[in-house]
Design a protein around this ligand. Structure first.
Ligand code: ADP
Ligand code: 5GP
Length: 189
């Protein structure tokens, strides 16, 4: 199996990671999305096996005991998210580089395990107020889930300096161009 590159996108929920990752996947670049496993419930227009592998908590714990994850985190109390080893292998076997939309700790763990191959990008909202407006504007979470995400954002923002680059997602078109340019440069490096 030829190993490709790994592109980690991390940021507080609501910063625009998903929007930027979808933009990258629409480009003529051989990239594939690492479909994480999660024990949270399916949300809005999400599709099982496309956005996430939705597992029950006991199924998730079973996979932990089988050592099936490259990394996993209890991102919110009682809610697990993780990257399956089989996902990276699947995409590399298809000749693709891998995109990850994962939390800051998981992202840095990928970088630790594949230091040469990984470009870790931190997507930063222009301000905490913008983050809140975007989370509310998305309209996919309950008020409680929005608060949980905002409470977590503070700690996540403090991880930005550990990443290879920080992309401020203010003007969306500018941020889209910046991620495409960073990804292409790293593939060609
Ligand atoms: P994340 O994946 O980081 O949780 P999303 O990509 O779902 O974030 O973006 C959160 C919300 O903010 C979405 O409704 C999205 O359309 C919107 N959004 C993303 N980028 C921008 C931007 N640069 N300016 C304004 N709104 C944005
Ligand atoms: P959401 O519930 O909004 O889809 O995701 C919540 C958080 O979990 C986000 O910060 C997202 O990046 C993170 N996340 C998604 N998949 C993974 C994963 O496989 N591993 C880790 N560590 N975090 C993940």
């Amino acid at each position: 199996m030829k190993q490709g590159k790994l592109f980690v996108f991390s940021a507080p929920s609501g910063s625009g990671k998903t929007t930027l990752v979808r933009h990258l996947l629409s480009q003529e670049i051989p990239l594939g999305f690492s479909i994480s496993a999660t024990s949270r419930k399916l949300r809005g227009t999400e599709i099982e096996g496309t956005d996430y592998h939705f597992l029950s908590l006991s199924e998730f714990k079973q996979k932990i005991s089988e050592n099936a994850f490259v990394e996993y985190e209890e991102v919110y109390a009682g809610v697990f998210y993780g990257t399956l080893k089989s996902e990276i292998e699947r995409l590399w076997n298809e000749g693709k580089h891998v995109l990850f939309d994962i939390d800051v700790k998981g992202g840095l763990r990928i970088k630790d395990q594949y230091p040469e191959q990984t470009l870790a990008l931190f997507i930063q909202p222009p301000s905490k107020k913008d983050l809140e407006l975007r989370l509310r504007g998305r309209g996919t979470e309950t008020e409680e889930a929005i608060q949980t995400r905002l409470d977590r954002a503070e700690e996540e923002l403090s991880f930005a300096p550990k990443f290879d680059a920080v992309i401020v997602n203010d003007d969306l078109e500018k941020a889209k161009n910046e991620v495409v340019q960073q990804v292409q440069a790293f593939i060609n490096s």
